[in-house]
Ligand binder design. Structure first.
Ligand code: C2E
Ligand code: CA
Ligand code: CA
Length: 787
């Protein structure tokens, strides 16, 4: 069969076929890029040109055929073959546009194949020879059956997404056409008949050649047009990309334009962010920059937090936004990438400012409560350590606030190094800190941790100019063992801390439930005390003090009594300290002083009345003025009033106390040193201030019969009294033995149950009159005492 073909003509057919195919494709692409009517027109041009290509190719090959006998063309069938080719291809293309589905594409390919088959066999039918044509259908049928699926596959390949798949389309199509053509030719058996004649309308090959040539030239011209179109399109795409790149470079955000996963454009922001040189990102994969990110899974215009892997391997936190955009006639993926480092840094800074104490950098109170609440809600086992610096106020007063702040900073640093990073440390107040130890292990270790803290903060703090000594008391509470709510827990911690402080500096104390009961009790008592003071429920009793010289009552000590409406009598040892802690002692003390003075005025005897003073009464304003006013208003002579003060008072603010005591003494009031022997018992006070009397504490009297040391101390105090011309009162005398020893030792005054319990004002008045009746036999009494 090869011999029957003119090789040069076959080559020409191949060239025309290639040019025509290119022209059809180029025009089709142009149609796809165009809009409106242009799209339709160029679409039709593409279809017609592809039909013409097929037809021209076929006819050039027919012309290349040398059957060895005269040949001609039947004009109607020839025209019909062209029409069928155009219709078949047109229908196929039209169907292929309707859907991208493989099945539809394949069907479209079959229709195109049918068009080509029609072109072929109708064209073949138009081929006339001088003789007869016989068809070998054993070749015709397989040629169609084989070529149609090939054509379908070619169409599927054309519509394929990847370039690789599309590359298969032309060879498949060529194979399909080749199979059809050459099988068709082989199936055609020609037998020469010199008698045979051509029909009258038959056209000779020489007449059809210019038509074929004309169509071929048109295809060449169209190919040139299509080529220009393509060039223009490529140029525009390039320009678009360039302009886009210029535009995106202005953007602060990183921008990637991708086709699928492949980056086609990247702006300078993203290059800088990811650490690449200009242009280096083009061709790279977006998922290399954003590993693990399924970009297609991000809904359009919805931001996502991701990690961008820079060239250095560093992961940068970014926000990613995806949008599909038509760029240069193509739908492309634009990925906007925003660097989040600055924002995160700012956020962290804000969070730090909002949640941390600016001085120490520890958590502040609000965030501490917040965290604590969080852990409590989760039921996390934890230990809360409540820490209070001892004597910090003194540090502040003595060295100034700058040094105070420095100490606080150092406290923060020490706590950090003691407690470790896993636990939380907060500054919850001026000199109050809290530590939350998290987990059961930390709980078990809480006491040891607290001890480390107390020890660590007990060491001196060196600031620029000074060395400050402070220390810390620590209260410990465990959750959820001791408390289940945040409020409860903090209360328990405060209570434990309070107990620790009570026990002295640098101590630690664990919360227990009894503490809570006691504290609740205290709180109710406190409010009861307030009401009691308001209602005048607190009264006075008077305990006589006897002179060992005369055996007569020389004075009485006023002692406070509170009869609680429900709980009955409450000891002053309980409510006086409570009144002192709450500050209630100031109004209460003033009321009691006034009552004692007016009671004393009412008595028939002019014995003295001794009133106990709390240190706090000294601290609040000028006591001497208050006392002078009370004396004036009640009409009590100043020399009938005695004030009992303790060493604790003198210790506080030495200068002020002594000047205040001077003023009181100047009024004519006697000042007694109470409870002498307990506490610090500095003899220097007696040098500084001439007390009128000193009261030896009951604890010594209790031991006078049993302890030589107690006797020695009593003897010493009495000696001191004699030397300084100061009366000595022994309080709490209960037995005859005690009395005898005290009288022998030279004690000037005695007070105790042995003589009288504290009495109500009128009971006292009654016994005073009895005593004064006996007053004449005062010597007897004195004798009795001495005996
Ligand atoms: P204090 O000043 O040492 O008062 C003496 C206490 O010893 C009184 O207890 C008194 O009743 C008690 N007492 C007297 N003789 C004996 C005795 O023979 N045996 C025993 N066991 N006790 C005896 P009270 O009245 O309970 O007062 C206790 C403390 O309360 C007082 O100790 C004083 O420090 C304080 N206090 C009482 N009343 C007042 C007050 O009006 N103002 C202030 N600031 N403190 C007061
Ligand atoms: Ca007293
Ligand atoms: Ca006492």
């Amino acid at each position: 069969m090869r011999d029957m073909h003119d090789g040069r003509m076959v080559a020409l057919a191949a060239v025309i076929c290639a040019i025509g195919t290119y022209a059809s494709f180029a025009v089709a692409q142009h149609a796809a890029r165009s809009k409106g009517q242009a799209r339709l027109v160029w679409g039709l041009v593409s279809i017609v040109s592809s039909g013409c290509t097929a037809w021209a190719t076929h006819f050039i090959v027919l012309l290349a055929f040398r059957p060895g006998m005269p040949a001609a063309f039947e004009p109607v069938l020839t025209a019909a073959s062209l029409t069928l080719a155009i219709v078949g291809i047109g229908a196929g293309v039209w169907i292929s546009i309707t859907s991208r589905r493989t099945r539809v594409q394949f069907a479209a390919g079959l229709i195109v194949g049918l068009g080509i088959a029609a072109l072929h066999y109708v064209g073949q039918a138009a081929y006339l020879v001088q003789g007869s044509v016989h068809w070998d259908y054993r070749l015709v049928v397989p040629s169609i059956i084989l070529s149609l699926p090939l054509c379908g596959m070619a169409m599927v390949a054309t519509s394929g997404r990847s370039r690789k798949a599309r590359r298969f389309a032309p060879p498949l199509l060529l194979l399909s056409i080749g199979v059809m053509h050459f099988c068709g030719m082989a199936a055609m058996k020609l037998s020469y008949d010199p008698q045979a004649t051509f029909p009258s309308n038959a056209v000779s090959p020489t007449a059809i050649t210019p038509v074929v040539a004309g169509i071929s030239l048109s295809l060449i011209a169209l190919a040139v047009v299509g080529w220009r179109f393509n060039l223009a399109a490529i140029k525009r795409l390039r320009q678009d990309r360039q302009r886009l790149r210029e535009l995106t470079d202005v953007a602060l955000e990183g921008l990637l334009i991708c086709q699928g996963d492949v980056i086609v454009t990247a702006n300078s922001s993203i290059e800088r962010l990811a650490g690449y040189a200009p242009g280096q990102l083009v061709g790279a994969r977006a998922t290399d920059l954003l590993p693990g990110a399924d970009l297609t899974a991000i809904p359009e215009c919805e931001e996502r937090e991701m990690g961008l892997t820079a060239r250095s391997g560093q992961v940068v936190p970014v926000r990613v936004l995806r949008a599909e955009m038509a760029l240069g006639h193509k739908l492309q993926t634009v990925i906007a990438i925003r660097d989040q480092r600055e924002r995160l840094r700012t956020e962290a800074k804000i969070r730090k400012l909002a949640f941390n104490d600016s001085l120490t950098g520890l958590l502040n109170r609000a965030s501490y409560v917040d965290r604590l609440r969080h852990y409590m809600d989760e039921g996390t086992p934890l230990a809360l350590l409540s820490i209070d610096l001892d004597r910090f106020k003194a540090v502040n007063d003595q060295f100034g606030h700058v040094a105070g702040d420095e100490v606080l900073r150092q406290v923060g640093a020490r706590l950090r190094s003691i407690v470790g990073e896993n636990n939380l440390i907060a500054r919850v107040g001026g000199d109050e800190f809290a530590v939350i130890l998290i987990g059961e292990e930390a709980q078990a270790d809480a006491v040891a941790s607290a001890q480390r803290i107390a020890d660590g903060l007990g060491d001196p703090f060196c600031t620029n100019r000074t060395v400050a000594f402070t220390g810390a008391s620590v209260g410990i509470v465990l959750a959820p063992n001791d408390a289940t709510t945040t409020g409860e827990l903090r209360q328990c911690a405060d209570l434990a801390l309070y107990r620790a402080k009570e026990q002295g500096r640098g101590t630690i104390c664990c919360y227990d439930a009894e503490m809570d009961a006691a504290s609740r009790d205290r709180r109710t008592l406190e409010s009861d005390l307030r009401t009691a003071i308001g209602n005048g429920e607190i009264g006075l009793v008077y305990q006589p003090v006897m002179s060992t010289q005369t055996g007569l009552i020389t004075s009485v000590e006023a002692l406070a009594r509170w009869k609680h409406p429900v709980r009955g009598p409450i000891s002053p040892e309980l409510f006086i300290p409570l009144a002192e802690e709450t500050g209630l002692i100031v109004p209460l003390g003033a009321t009691l002083l006034r009552k004692a003075c007016s009671d004393a005025v009412s008595w028939s005897s002019d014995i003295r009345v001794a009133v106990n003073l709390s240190p706090l009464q000294f601290q609040s304003g000028d006591l001497s003025t208050t006392v002078a006013k009370v004396l004036r208003e009640t009409g009590l002579e100043a020399n009938r009033l005695q004030l009992e003060v303790t060493e604790g008072l003198v210790m506080k603010d030495v200068e002020r106390t002594f000047s205040e005591l001077e003023l009181l003494r100047a009024l004519g009031i006697q000042i007694l040193m109470d409870d002498f022997g307990v506490g610090y018992s500095s003899l220097s006070y007696f040098q500084r201030f001439p007390f009128d009397k000193v009261k030896i504490d009951k604890s010594f009297i209790d031991q006078i019969t049993t302890s030589r040391a107690a006797r020695a101390i009593i003897q010493a105090v009495i000696g001191l009294g004699e030397a300084l011309d100061m009366g000595v009162v022994a309080e709490g005398v209960e037995t005859q033995d005690q009395m005898r020893l005290l009288v022998e030792a030279g004690c000037t005054h005695l007070q105790g149950y042995l003589f009288s319990i504290p009495l109500k004002s009128w009971d006292l008045e009654r016994s005073l009159s009895v005593m004064s009746l006996q007053g004449t036999s005062g010597t007897d009494r004195s004798d009795k005492l001495v005996a």
